[in-house]
Design a protein around this ligand. Structure first.
Ligand code: ATP
Ligand code: MG
Ligand code: FE
Length: 360
């Protein structure tokens, strides 16, 4: 069973062909990042237009490995939320038109469910009960999954997503956008103890699996002010930034990264102790982070539990993960009809009663 996945929820136009939900024949990602870099974040109007410009070519490249081209497809899966409405609309409309033309089933996928499936290429199906930790530019969510597709969101961030905290901190330090990769690189060359932050991972009353990063943001700002850490001047080429950054910025990056990682891993450990999962899956762009990957490996070892971390190329937005999730849904007979609309704030999973009053 060969499924085409399409993803246009934010700033990458992506398409991929996946066989039996496991092997990716292609994984094409056209990033608009450089276009948005000048603005320090994603500009919705620019994103939509750029998707429209790129989609036909990206999809054509994704089906190239198939002998029969489009005729070799058995189904189409597309992200229909959450995300930017104009951006989602491009991928969704294209997927519908293609499915209608080819006469193949079509299914919409939740973007975060896609991130959860990003480990299947290397590791295959999950064991249950499972926990899923998704850490990206827009989300920091923890799910308990008792059985296939039974997603229960037990925790989420109260303020910034972890990736967002990276991006904002990087901007503060003049490091450009996106901030995650560059701060990660600087952190590896820094000494966290040389830039101690006044910060403890928050424990939110009645919401033990929620996250918060605004306190960390404040701690970093205070540190910058008190120690007069000067941001890098503008105009340094992105590739030269890590060579040119002074020790003060490297140390601060290392300290910030340690705090983010401790927050994430602390909450996950608490949830492992409470839910006794057989498996933990992770996904989202921040799971690229070398410090987080190391800490997750340590936690897995300490707890004697399997924690699956996707290959870096599947952590940030891609369509292979959407095809894998879509395959699983198509295989159990799910279909959407042509009335499916983009759902910018689509939610995945019910909230357990004891957490429902915290739900925004
Ligand atoms: P969402 O999935 O919530 O809609 P998104 O699609 O924008 O958000 P992803 O593409 O999954 O998010 O991830 C992008 C984020 O990951 C950015 O915030 C980026 O800074 C962060 N990121 C990427 N690499 C790293 C890294 N090595 N360390 C930390 N953060 C990283
Ligand atoms: Mg993105
Ligand atoms: Fe994403």
């Amino acid at each position: 069973r060969t499924v085409l996945g399409i993803e246009t929820s934010c700033d990458e136009t992506a398409a991929a062909v996946v066989v039996d939900g496991r092997s990716a024949l292609s994984n094409i990602v056209a990033s608009q990042m450089t276009l948005h870099q000048a603005y320090g974040g994603v500009v919705p109007e620019i994103a939509s237009r750029q998707h429209l410009d790129a989609i036909a070519d990206v999809v054509a490249r994704a089906v190239e490995p198939l002998d029969d081209g489009f005729r070799g497809l058995d189904g189409i899966a597309v992200t229909y939320g959450p995300g930017l409405v104009g951006a989602l609309l491009v991928g969704l409309s294209y997927a519908k038109a293609l499915a209608l033309t080819l006469g193949v089933p079509f299914v919409g996928v939740h973007h975060i469910e896609g991130h959860m499936f990003s480990t299947t290429f290397e590791y295959g199906a999950w064991d249950y009960p499972a926990l899923a930790l998704i850490v990206s530019g827009g989300h920091t969510d923890l799910f308990h999954i008792a059985a296939p597709f039974a997603y229960e969101r037990i925790g989420h961030t109260r303020d910034d997503a972890a990736g967002e905290a990276y991006d904002k901190t990087a901007r503060r330090l003049g490091l450009g956008y996106p901030g995650g990769p560059i701060l990660d690189r600087l952190a590896r060359a820094g000494q966290p103890d040389h830039a101690p932050l006044v910060y403890r991972p928050p424990l939110i009353p009645d919401a033990p699996y929620d996250f918060s990063f605004s306190g960390l943001k404040t701690a970093v700002l205070r540190y910058i002010r008190e120690h007069q850490v000067a941001p890098l001047p503008e105009g340094i080429h992105p590739e030269d930034i890590s060579a040119q950054a002074p020790d003060s910025i490297r140390n601060l990056a290392a300290s910030f990264q340690r705090a983010v990682v401790n927050t994430l891993v602390g909450v996950l450990e608490r949830a492992i102790d409470a839910y006794h999962p057989r498996l933990v899956v992770t996904g989202g762009g921040v799971v690229c982070n070398t410090g987080l990957r190391q800490a997750l490996a340590d936690l897995a070892h300490r707890k004697g539990i399997e924690i699956r971390v996707p290959h870096p190329k599947y952590t940030t937005d891609n369509a292979a993960m959407i095809a894998a999730a879509g395959y699983a849904r198509l295989a159990r007979g799910e279909r959407h009809d042509w009335s499916l609309e983009p759902a910018p704030s689509l939610r995945l999973g019910q909230v357990p009663a004891e957490h429902s009053r915290h739900f925004r």
